[in-house]
Design a protein around this ligand. Sequence first.
Ligand code: MG
Length: 313
Amino acid sequence: MMTTLIATMMFKDARPIDTYGLLRTQGNRIIAKDGKPVSLQGMSLFWSQWIGKYYTHGTVKWLKDDWKCSIVRAAIAAEPDGYIAKPQQELAKAEAVIEAAVKEGIYVIVDWHAHTAEKHTAQAAEFFAKISKKYGKHQNVIYEIYNEPLKVSWKDTIKPYAETVIAAIRKNDPDNLIIVGTPTWSQDVDAVIPYPIKDRNVAYTLHFYAGTHKQYLRDKAQKALDAGLPLMITEWGTVNANGDGAVDQVSTQEWLAFARKNELSMCNWSVADKVEGAAVLKPGANPEGKWPLTQLTPSGIYVRELIRGWKAR
Ligand code: MG
């Protein structure tokens, strides 16, 4: 009985960061410190400039304790009215979430939430230089340097941008995982195949919205995986690509099976109390977490259950 008690306590106290450590790419997988692939599940926060009230320790702690998230994503807005206009204000939001995740022992994606990041490469490099200098020593931190490029060239637009920002990070942090967005709202992961980035620890972003994106997008992703590219689903929705509509459970389950098979990590969009299908919270939900089920939307109730039931291996 004592053994059971101790085992229970150890399980309860096991923090994802202690179990898995620094994440690295190996072939088309993202692996933990023991060399085996790991599949993390968690939540993305909403655009920081619009719903920044959930960028709190309370929310991060609740997502870990109640939702069993092993990863959270801070969607730090570049534009409009984001870091480009108000750098100190948005930097503070990133830091609040990073420090909460470090304290709680889960992973944190620091996402440069932009659709035209190449227009402000210098500011993105400056932002990630600051983050990597201050937090690069923490194994929790994952840099996502470009949320969703539009229909632009991987080779001529996104890759040169990425190389500049990656260089700024690597001056301070030689080893943490960096995720790079891909053309067409991070769907054209196969565009990377002929021109991968030369860095010791880079993966590529795949986004999907279950109501809109089906087998054709998984086929594209499979093509990239088969070519040896590691992918991370840093953002996905249960609903349509515009963020609204009803939860598509059938399509979501097909995507989860794909993620399971390929050992992919995922962050659901989003922790927000906006009146829209993808939001997991009802209007006015507590900025410090502690949400009763009555404060969750249909997507929130569904996604919370799937995260709680997910196994990292
Ligand atoms: Mg490091």
